[in-house]
Design a protein around this ligand. Sequence first.
Ligand SMILES: O=C(O)[C@@H](CO)OP(=O)(O)O
Ligand SMILES: [Mn+2]
Ligand SMILES: [Mn+2]
Length: 526
Amino acid sequence: MKKPVVLVVMDGVGESSEALGNMVMQATTPTLDALKANDPFRTIKAHGTAVGLPSDDDMGNSEVGHNALGCGQVYSQGAKLVNESIEGGSIYASDTWKELVAGVKTSGGALHFIGLLSDGNVHSNIGHLLAMLKEAKAEGVSKARVHILLDGRDVPATSALEYVDQLENTIAELKDASFDVCIASGGGRMQITMDRYQANWSMVEKGWNIHVHGEGRAFASAKEAIETYRAEQPGVIDQDLPGFVIAENGTPVGAMKDGDSVILFNFRGDRALELSMAFDGDASFDKFDRGVMPKVLYAGMLEYDGDLHIPHKYLVNPPQIRHTLTELLVENGINEYACSETQKYGHVTYFWNGNRSEKFSEELETWQEVPSDVRSFDECPWMKGTEITDLVIEAIESGKYGFIRCNFPNGDMVGHTGNLYATEIAVETVDLCLTRIQKACDEHGCILVVTADHGNSDQMLEKNKKGVVSVRTAHSLRPVPFIIHDADERHEMDMESPFGLANVAPTVVELLGLKPYDCWEKSMLK
Ligand SMILES: O=C(O)[C@@H](CO)OP(=O)(O)O
Ligand SMILES: [Mn+2]
Ligand SMILES: [Mn+2]
């Protein structure tokens, strides 16, 4: 091995010369600016087909981004695998689908669908839900209930009613004497159900009571719930809308009963794991009180965790990510260190290692989590930047590690709030942290590599076709920076080839002086 490499992922910090709502450009970032000016620097693709998504209209996200960064290859991802499985019909030929459908046909119970209602293609796609509803009716299921999580984070911030209308239209087409179908409950994705990395189980508990027990504020329709909450909390965005239950004559229409089947139609794992644990967990489950558990058959769209086998039943096989960078380092006996705060901790560990929650080597891999604050991050845009930086510098100073990686969530997590001022501070925080990490790298003979997993803070405003400007809470489709800083020598890159996130691992391995796997993409070094 040559010198140690320290890789910094600035989550949600894309690169663009477009000024509109570009908080990366607007922020004061002396260290990033100097790195870009003085060291080998180029941009790399972080969205669409370059990271295994169905098309180049798909923005990047942390799952596909960290998968690609961590494995040096482009795998077809959940969004694409589920499309193919539905188009080709193999999802309906799966044992899980057959078992869940047979279950409700025998019991006369309901087939429930829970998931993120949008076409963001990050966690889910409404198209998958609509296709499964049609198929359920065609297969003779007599009752279905839909529990909708409102997005506004992967799609425009207040677009929930567009997706509710789409779903209600399909429901109106399908509903007849043989098929009783309706929306049963819902709420904003940052309020209920979709917590991740066990940052805030109370979100899942709220969602559980709403979806499973039908306990929550009651409305006659999803539209009425959304409109009422918007009137009560002017300016609220969809992801923050409180939970609701649909009731008829005071009775919730979709409380779950023994004999029902439940499908979580999200394909991405991080925000699907906790609800899956609650459904699959035996009597020892202690994250919250589930009340009287109805005996249901539960399945996820994918297996979200291949090590822990969560959930027990699933509809589509996840990508089998092999030959990761960590495996290569372990084979070479190199110690590695990974660090982030809770919100992105699984990104630099679980996603990075190909959606595995267990280490390849207990001895060689060190994972460090800094607990995240539980609050809206525009109130504390610095997040845990200082703590992550302290730990990374400690790891550098220890001299123990050949490869150190960390993720700063600020540009992304604050970007998703839609607060431009806070996002500027978020990007400045990351720059301040980089300043310290660069200094430690220079003093301890480490190569610093800086990149991102996708854009977000670089595009906080967007203009529609009519020229109307609105706040953007979603990721951008822009490329991300890739910088190699070594105080002792320049590592020149091929500046012409169209590289993407999957070219990062091979580049890191070449910097380390190791031999990459044959199946990997190319290194970017000249
Ligand atoms: O918050 C999330 O779940 C996604 C956006 O849906 O963001 P990221 O991919 O950056 O984790
Ligand atoms: Mn991300
Ligand atoms: Mn994000």
